[in-house]
Design a protein around this ligand. Sequence first.
Ligand code: CA
Length: 388
Amino acid sequence: MFERRYLPVFVVLLVAALVTVVGLWAADKGRHYSQSALGGAVASDGNETRVVEWKLVTTWPKNLPGLGSAGENFARYVGEMSNGRLQVTVFGAGEIVPAFEVFDAVSQGVAQVGHGASYYWKGKIPASVFFTAVPFGMTAQEMNGWLHYGGGLELWQELYEPYGVVPFAGGSTGVQMAGWFNRELTSAEDLRGLKMRIPGLAGEVFDAAGGTAVRISGGEVYTSMQTGVIDAVEWVGPYNDRTLGLNEVAKFYYFPGWHEPGAMLEFTVNANALAELPEDLKAIVKYAARAANQDMLDEFTARNNESLRSLLAGGTQLRRLPDDVLALLYEKSEIALEQLIEGDQMAAKIADSYRAFFRDVRAYHEISERAYLNARDKVLPPVLQGQD
Ligand code: CA
């Protein structure tokens, strides 16, 4: 028979036993961790619960909404889906590496993930421009179709493979604005001598059309406009342009975004870091990127309207690019594309795939997306009457 006077002793022994068991478990768990070559903690055997720590570097100023939220979303999705087993810390441009060194940082394993735009690497990888934007090319919806169901992503992976980098679609802005100008454009002649921040293939097009393209990261565009280093800047659209305060440094806001009709951002993952993950975490990385990709388009779709209203109320002057400007830019775009393909086998291979998909998707969109928008405009009056 258990005697009541032994009860306190029994409780103390029970607690001591529990403490010992938990302590041994924690010590054992600790022994399974080691530092990987990439700086994240990884387990030394396959069956234990383990925590992997990754760094995500971006080309965006820290805490930039819109473009910048993709990295934050990816980190959150990965953390939630893996129940904390894969932890991603996000760094803005300049915190670990400058904006234009994100690709190299991921390639060299300084960070395990990057978020940015593929056309920033066109000096190193000319064909990378196809995966951000082709002037007068595909929209966000069409790009997503090509990448995920038309062979585009496989080509993108092939392009980055020599650098030990695995790309994923990292969000689309939808059709961008043509940009902010400190003077009005009445004809193609007005492009002459104009200095504009405009990256990618469009930068070459702008040069060929008589202007001068300048390469500047997001963190510097405001000051560059303010100090007159540039006369014009394209960034994204109303939502993200307002967050950079571009309406304070230029009066004229031009559309449409001929140069980035569905600009696609990218997640870049260090191939070795990805290969080290167990299969379920690999899948989580892939699907977290896919979710963050779609989320960006959803957010821009929701927020651009409100931001545009606010910009117009604040005195921004909305203007449509003159037809002869668009015609000249198209003509130069075709030449720039041919020059890119010439002598670059990979660019030619990607261009073949892009163009074939584009032709087919345009055919159906003539009788679906565009036919519907036209039909809608016939029965509903335009909202921005007189603005264009
Ligand atoms: Ca842009």
